[in-house]
Ligand binder design. Sequence first.
Ligand code: RIB
Ligand code: CA
Length: 331
Amino acid sequence: MSPALPHRVIFDTDPGVDDAMALYFALAHPDIQVLGITTTFGNVTVQQGAANALYLCALAGRQIPVTQGVARPWVKPGEAPPAYIHGADGLGNLPERMAVKEQLDPRSSAQFIVDMARANPGQITLVAVGPLGNLSLALRLEPELPRLLKQVILMGGTVLEPGNVSPVAEANIWNDPHAADQVFTAGWPLTMVGLDVTHRLVLPVTLFERIAQHHRHRATDTLHHAVAFYANFYGSRFEHVAAVHGCFGHDVLAFIYLVAPHLFQTKSGQIRVATDGVAQGQTILKRQAGIEYPQAGWEAALPSSTACMGVDAEACSALFESTMMRPWLSA
Ligand code: RIB
Ligand code: CA
């Protein structure tokens, strides 16, 4: 059943191939209205990420404000982006790009989030699928932000599934663990869509080929190209993904949770992030309710979050395909 009003969303992203998938799913879905795109470093530099967001919108014929955000982690040193996963340009090394006339919104990503939240109190969902520095900075600019946003849904972290950048850490959280810990303890309705569920959603390249053939449009051709590159990385790491020549659909699951939360099993509890040492970037969910631990950092007053622990991957895949096949692109 569709909501009476569309979900009004700010999309915080480091585009990135699966970020591009997520953006196009959001643009194609009738119940999602993307009010703005805020960008961060991660899969690419923040400059490249902002350029990619503008480019993806231009390809799709959509005019959406895009801002450039934080360029590095809060505390630890930044690192070179993983060109071997997303390509040096973040979109699978596109052979060419059309010229884009749209310009960035001059505000920082954090300022944009704060301005939009103040202007639309309680109405905006923040869907964050990259390192969390923009949200962390926005919290410093506006400490009331947790009450001004409707909810935060983030792709990042893991509870039981092994990490993807260390045995325990997922990339978005590991890229800025201090910002992530601040976001998990800020006190807003927050749902973590982590590797526990994103490693269940394997999308074959043939699906993107079908989507591209259906639309015959430069936006879906570009997505198909990018996914084919990205699938080579995942195929080199996971046998079952190589077997279908596919990739994980990480970021798109944050939007699927927004529109179809019934497809997920969740667990509530306090979540903290290890900021240093060998466990850096680990997201730790307090799984036993009603226990008081003697260690600092787990006080009862600490806000609770929701972690996605299971998913109907087949239904998500079907929803992704049917949404992407809708007539969402202009000629
Ligand atoms: O670990 C997966 C996440 O890291 C996704 O958001 C992907 O885009 C990368 O940023
Ligand atoms: Ca991402």
